[in-house]
Design a binder for this molecule. Structure first.
Ligand code: SF4
Length: 269
């Protein structure tokens, strides 16, 4: 039986984005209203300059947040908005994680929401690569704790005994022909990425490792798949193999069969 991870919601992130917008309006308004008497002291021109500057900043922030919310709701990137994924990753994620904690929303709930949004943006970005250019990064904790085989060195050391999800995962990697690596931490994952230089990554991990991995590997497109922790963190964890296969499938550049290629290349009589 395949396992399906708990569904998270984009609404958490969108709600926090609008909370951030409300804070920006409040702070910039205060920056304008409170010292406006002081601005006038430097002359009416300086006062109106500050009004335009703060108003302009507010418009930029508002447009950025509205565009981002629009992309998230539609689940599609709009032309020229690819860089917004970078802004979402580098700027909004840390700010919104802090804001979420202040509002009593757990870090993992915000991270799950972020990973879901990131996955949709990446999928809608139309990134494709042949299997050899796709790296599948797995966490070590999926391996059965008493398994004697060292799959961190080579995942093909797995004997596919069926006691953990690596049984089906290694079969999946062989069938599709993607590179699958087991990383025991962020440092090793970074080294593997530097050495293999993948075009696209499917990463399996917990909320914390996935969200930090997506941030660190940007701009490489990453689809994240969350693990289940039926026996607690970092111990005999599980993953939906179907979800991993779907994530790889979203990236896979399928070669046309040779006879189909030949037919399309043969000019019509
Ligand atoms: S499926 Fe592979 S990794 Fe898992 S317990 Fe069996 S041999 Fe070990």
């Amino acid at each position: 039986m395949d396992r399906t991870p708990a569904k998270s919601s984009k609404r958490i992130f969108i709600g926090l984005l609008f909370a951030l917008e409300a804070i920006a309006v409040l702070v910039l308004s205060l920056f304008w209203i409170l010292p406006s008497l002081g601005y006038r002291f430097f002359g009416t021109e300086f006062s109106s300059f500050m009004g335009w500057a703060l108003g302009g900043l507010l418009i930029i922030i508002t447009l950025g947040i509205l565009t981002l919310a629009g992309i998230i709701i539609r689940g599609k990137e709009i032309p020229g908005a690819r860089k917004l994924r970078g802004i979402l990753i580098r700027f909004f994620l840390p700010v919104i994680t802090v804001l979420g904690s202040i509002l009593g929303i757990s870090r993992d709930a915000v991270r799950r929401s972020f990973i879901e949004i990131n996955n949709e943006l990446v999928k809608s970005g139309g990134f494709k690569a042949p299997p050899k250019r796709i790296l599948v990064l797995m966490p070590h904790c999926i391996q059965k704790d008493d398994c004697p085989y060292r799959i961190t060195v080579n995942v093909r050391n797995c004997r596919q005994c069926g006691r953990c999800d690596f049984s089906r995962l290694t079969e999946l990697a062989d069938r599709i022909g993607v590179e699958m690596t087991v990383a025991t931490g962020g440092t090793l994952a970074r080294r593997v990425i530097e050495e293999t230089r993948p075009e696209l990554i499917v990463a399996v991990a917990c909320e914390r490792d996935l969200s930090s991995g997506i941030v660190e590997t940007y701009p490489i497109p990453v689809i994240g798949v969350l693990i289940d922790r039926p026996e607690g963190p970092c111990f005999n964890t599980r993953v939906s193999v179907d979800s991993v296969e779907k994530a790889i499938g979203a990236f896979l550049l399928r070669e046309r069969p040779s006879d189909e290629r030949e037919n399309s290349e043969t000019p019509a009589p």
